[in-house]
Design a protein around this ligand. Structure first.
Ligand SMILES: NC(=O)c1ccc[n+]([C@@H]2O[C@H](COP(=O)([O-])OP(=O)(O)OC[C@H]3O[C@@H](n4cnc5c(N)ncnc54)[C@H](OP(=O)(O)O)[C@@H]3O)[C@@H](O)[C@H]2O)c1
Length: 169
């Protein structure tokens, strides 16, 4: 069985971004993201693609980018214009939803799992991940010990979607 997993780094208030950028830069979390998604398909919104260094897709991953703009055709990515198109492409593999706010909200009902790096800090944010601690069908299944980087404390948490019908797509 193949599943779709959301992966994100969130603040204590589930903030994920501000002014088109990330809120945190934790090297171990970046490595964790790379290790987890490497050689898989990653799904993101057009704004997240544009926020990456040089607007370039993630290396060594199959990049799917959602945009409503039918003229949008950047190099090295597969552009999809709606969720159905995305689900059609990824039906035979495990894939990861990698942001941002709009795309997490859009794709979360299709995700069986969410891997969340929870950072114990609340910087100002303008973009948020849905609060899974207060979502009826999401449950915290596992969490790591606490790690520290500079003055930031964080944990890797795994949430599971308890609505069985979303586990297969
Ligand atoms: N902390 C984290 O883990 C993390 C991860 C990723 C991103 N981020 C942050 O999140 C922020 C960006 O998030 P965002 O919410 O502004 O933008 P986003 O989700 O990255 O992209 C939004 C774009 O996706 C396209 N889109 C949205 N819904 C669609 C649909 N139903 N069908 C087709 N296309 C659709 C539209 O593109 P068009 O306008 O081209 O139509 C829309 O403008 C940045 O600050 C970034 O740094 C944080």
């Amino acid at each position: 069985m193949h599943i779709l997993t959301a992966i994100a780094a969130v603040s204590s208030s589930w903030g994920i971004g501000k002014n088109g950028d990330l809120l945190f830069n934790i090297p171990e979390d970046k490595k964790f993201f790379r290790r987890t998604t490497l050689n898989h398909t990653v799904i993101m919104g057009r704004k997240t693609l544009e926020s990456l260094p040089g607007g370039k897709p993630f290396k060594d991953r199959n990049n799917i980018v959602l945009s409503r703009n039918t003229d949008f055709a950047p190099e090295g990515v597969t552009v999809c214009h709606d969720v159905r198109e995305v689900l059609g492409i990824i039906k035979n593999e495990d894939a990861f939803v990698v942001g941002g706010g709009e795309i997490y909200r859009l794709m979360l009902p299709y995700c069986a799992k969410a891997i969340i790096t929870k950072i114990d800090s609340t910087p100002d944010a303008d973009t948020f991940f849905p609060d899974l601690d207060n979502s009826a069908n999401w449950t915290l299944a596992e969490q790591s010990e606490e790690y520290e980087y500079e003055d930031l404390k964080y944990r890797f948490c795994t949430y599971e979607n308890t609505e069985n019908e979303v586990l297969r797509y």
